[in-house]
Design a protein around this ligand. Structure first.
Ligand code: S6P
Ligand code: ZN
Length: 190
C-alpha cells in the first residue's frame, strides 16, 4: 500500500497547488526586524500591514526518509528601498540540503555558509538552485510582480531562524535608480 497523497497538482495560473497540509503567511509586522531602515518600517506600518509572502507545504510521509514539497509566493514591494523577502534560515539539521525552483517572477537567492561565505544567484522563471548543506538561504523579490518558487526539502530539516536574525545576511538587496543592487548589510558592521 502506497502512502497518500503521491502527488499534488500545481496550477500555473494561480501559482499554487492542491492539496496542501500547511499554509502560513508573513506580514510586514511579522518581519519588521528584517529590514535595515527601521524608521521606514514604522512609517509603513502606520499605513497598513501588507502580506509579504505566503507558503504552502505538503509532506510526503513514508516510513523512512521523507520529503516535503512547498511553494512560496513573495509579493512585490519595498520598505526603505529594500525589497520584500523571506525571513531566511539555516536548517536545524545543518547537513540537509534543499532544491529551489523559480516558477514566476524575478528575484535573487541569497546564500551564506556557516563559515560566512556569501553568494547571490539571480532568478528568472526556470532557474533551479541547489542550497548546499550548512547554508542559510533567503529569497528576495526584485520584480514588480509576484515571485513564485517551489522548494523540495527533507521533512526533518527544520527551520533555524535565530542565527540569521542576529545580523541578517552579509548583503542586502536594495533598489537604486529602479535596479536591484547588492550592498553590504549595515547591521553586520561592514
Ligand atoms: C523550507 C524552505 C521554504 C521556506 C519558505 C519560507 O526549508 O526553505 O519552504 O520555509 O520559503 O521562508 P522562511 O525563510 O520564512 O522559512
Ligand atoms: Zn530551507
Amino acid at each position: 500500500m502506497f502512502p497518500l497523497p503521491l502527488s499534488v497538482q500545481f496550477d500555473f495560473a494561480r501559482g499554487s497547488f492542491t492539496p496542501f497540509e500547511h499554509y502560513s503567511e508573513r506580514r510586514l509586522s511579522d518581519l519588521a526586524d528584517l529590514f535595515h531602515d527601521q524608521a521606514a518600517v514604522r512609517k509603513a506600518l502606520k499605513r497598513d500591514d501588507p502580506l509579504v509572502y505566503d507558503w504552502r507545504a505538503q509532506p510526503f510521509v513514508t516510513s523512512e526518509s521523507d520529503l516535503t514539497f512547498g511553494v512560496t509566493r513573495i509579493y512585490p514591494g519595498q520598505v526603505g528601498g529594500e525589497y520584500f523577502m523571506t525571513r531566511g534560515h539555516f536548517h536545524v539539521q545543518r547537513a540537509m540540503p534543499e532544491i529551489y525552483f523559480c516558477l514566476q517572477g524575478q528575484g535573487m537567492l541569497l546564500l551564506e555558509s556557516e563559515a560566512g561565505a556569501f553568494q547571490s544567484v539571480a532568478w528568472t522563471p526556470g532557474t533551479v538552485s541547489h542550497i548546499p548543506p550548512h547554508t542559510a538561504h533567503r529569497v528576495v523579490n526584485t520584480g514588480e510582480a509576484i515571485l513564485v518558487f517551489a522548494a523540495v526539502y527533507h521533512l526533518s530539516a527544520g527551520h533555524d531562524y535565530q542565527t540569521v536574525a542576529k545580523g541578517g545576511f552579509a548583503q542586502i538587496v536594495v533598489a537604486r535608480e529602479g535596479k536591484a543592487v547588492l550592498v553590504a548589510n549595515p547591521r553586520r558592521g561592514g
